[in-house]
Write a protein that binds this ligand. Structure first.
Ligand SMILES: N[C@@H](CCC(=O)N[C@@H](CS)C(=O)NCC(=O)O)C(=O)O
Length: 210
């Protein structure tokens, strides 16, 4: 047992990734429990019956939304100033999590959706990407000359989008967006949150993150 908050996480989930990015930036230590989505640990479901990752269990509360976990961590400690222009960041994140993510899922998982039109969905997603490319024309990161919440809450979804069809993505006339994503993909920051952990079992020794 420890007094650390518990983070239920899944390595490749873009929501869990952004939560880990913020915990890492805030240097907020947690006990990490890697969850298998197709066989969720009973302790995880007992803490959060809705069963999505990430979930952060602190002494007083259970935080079940990735953005709330980011904000919880950064409000305790924000050494890199990620909360800079927070309201603008939240508006961009709402666009990312709403229309962009919906189009991304329908594009990526088209084969599972009857009568889907992946090309039309990709074009819907591209509206958001063109907007980001335009913002990135003027500065290296979305809202500053350094990464902030706006970047770190959206880049994990950009990564997911680009991976669906990398050749198509690379051929799009979005040079600023490509540069932005590439620098994230090559970052130590990303490598550090993508370390592999085996699936958590109740009697495992603790895994402390970051
Ligand atoms: N709005 C939630 C969404 C989290 C989410 O949908 N996570 C996915 C994995 S990427 C999940 O846990 N899905 C449940 C499942 O696959 O059973 C958040 O921001 O944390």
């Amino acid at each position: 047992m420890t007094n650390l908050p518990i983070l239920y996480s899944f390595r490749r989930c873009p929501y869990a990734m952004r939560a880990r990015l913020a915990l890492q930036s805030a240097q907020l230590k947690v006990e990490l429990r890697e969850i298998l989505l197709r066989d969720k640990a009973p302790a995880f479901l007992a803490a959060s019956p809705k069963g999505t990752v990430p979930v952060l269990v602190t002494k007083g509360e259970v935080i079940e939304e990735s953005l709330d976990i980011m904000l919880y961590a950064l409000r305790q400690n924000d050494p890199e100033g990620w909360l800079h222009r927070e309201n603008e960041a939240l508006a961009l994140i709402a666009e990312c999590d709403g229309p962009f993510k919906q189009a991304l899922d329908r594009y990526k998982y088209a084969s599972r959706i009857p009568d889907s039109d992946p090309e039309a969905e990709r074009q819907k997603a591209a509206l958001f990407l063109r907007k980001l490319d335009d913002m990135l024309r003027h500065s290296p990161w979305l809202l500053a000359d350094r990464p902030t919440l706006a970047d770190m809450a959206t880049l994990t979804f950009l990564r997911q989008f680009a991976m669906v069809d990398r050749l198509w993505f690379d051929a799009q006339p979005w040079p600023h967006l490509h540069r932005w994503l590439d620098s994230f993909l090559a970052s130590d920051r990303l490598a550090a949150i993508m370390r592999k952990y085996s699936t958590w079992q109740a009697d495992d020794p603790l895994t402390i993150f970051p």
